[in-house]
Design a protein. Structure first.
Length: 262
């Protein structure tokens, strides 16, 4: 069976590693990102596989770009078996300092843009049958955390929207799976936005100590073989999700301690 997949945020990090990982099991992968040169690098990394890797320019902060990318993909393939909503924009700023423009940008990239792309590709996912939508969420999609207010809100919004979609599209053979990801060694903190929209430019200490993007990609591929609606990926920081659910007093103690340092 010829499998067709779409991966956003494929220029680097988890998206790039996942493209390489899935290139051995998918016939065609549409890799989406803002920079063609970076997408070409990802494509070159898959040269040993037999998969057709097709770079697609996509800026989730631009509604016209989203529609153009979706049309380009749909014109090439009428059936899509996998959509990985992986692209995202993180944040490092206090609520009191964060501009409305920065908040709007984060919500557009992390929520509205992903919703728009998914809705545009939904007919192709329905036509394929037995298809899957992967949502790259975060542990802060399960709780709030200092310096992550709008980022956390956008991930919470994804859970609400795509869980609703899961119920609606089950009859059409579409399965929605959440990837609740902790610390991974990518540039997510380096590229995070500050209160005024500047690049944070620093690697978080916790991020630097996280699992590799390649290890994360392997866990995602394993998750694709399961029917688990939510999969946690990361290291000991995943305990915070368990603490919030089963030992909330401990979660709040740890989070409040962290907030004293910002």
């Amino acid at each position: 069976m010829s499998l067709v997949g779409v991966i956003t945020g494929a220029s680097s990090g988890i998206g790039q590693a996942l493209t390489v990982q899935l290139s051995n099991s998918y016939s065609t992968l549409y890799i989406c990102g803002r920079k063609l040169k970076s997408l070409q690098l990802t494509k070159d990394m898959c040269s040993a596989s037999k998969a057709e890797i097709i770079p697609i320019l996509l800026d989730l902060n631009d509604k016209v770009s989203i529609k153009k990318a979706a049309v380009e993909i749909a014109e090439k393939d009428s059936k899509i078996h996998l959509l990985v909503n992986n692209a995202g924009q993180s944040q490092r700023s206090l609520v009191k300092d964060t501009s409305e423009e920065v908040e709007a940008m984060i919500m557009q990239i992390n929520y509205f843009g992903q919703v728009q792309l998914t809705k545009l590709l939904l007919p192709a996912l329905q036509k394929a049958g037995n298809s899957r939508i992967l949502i790259t969420s975060s542990i802060v999609g399960k709780f709030g955390y200092p310096l992550r207010s709008t980022y956390s809100a956008s991930k919470h919004a994804l859970h609400g929207f795509f869980e609703s979609l899961r119920f609606e599209e089950k009859k059409n053979g579409i399965f929605v799976q959440f990837l609740v990801i902790g610390r991974v060694q990518t540039n997510v903190s380096v590229n995070a936005l500050t209160a005024e929209g500047e690049t944070y430019g620093k690697m978080d200490k916790g991020q630097a100590g996280g699992i590799s993007a390649e290890a994360c990609a392997k866990k995602i591929e394993a998750a694709l073989q399961s029917n688990r609606k939510e999969v946690l990926i990361g290291g000991k920081e995943l305990l915070m999700v368990k603490f919030k659910k089963y030992l909330p007093f401990l979660f709040y103690k740890i989070a409040e301690k962290e907030s004293n340092h910002v």
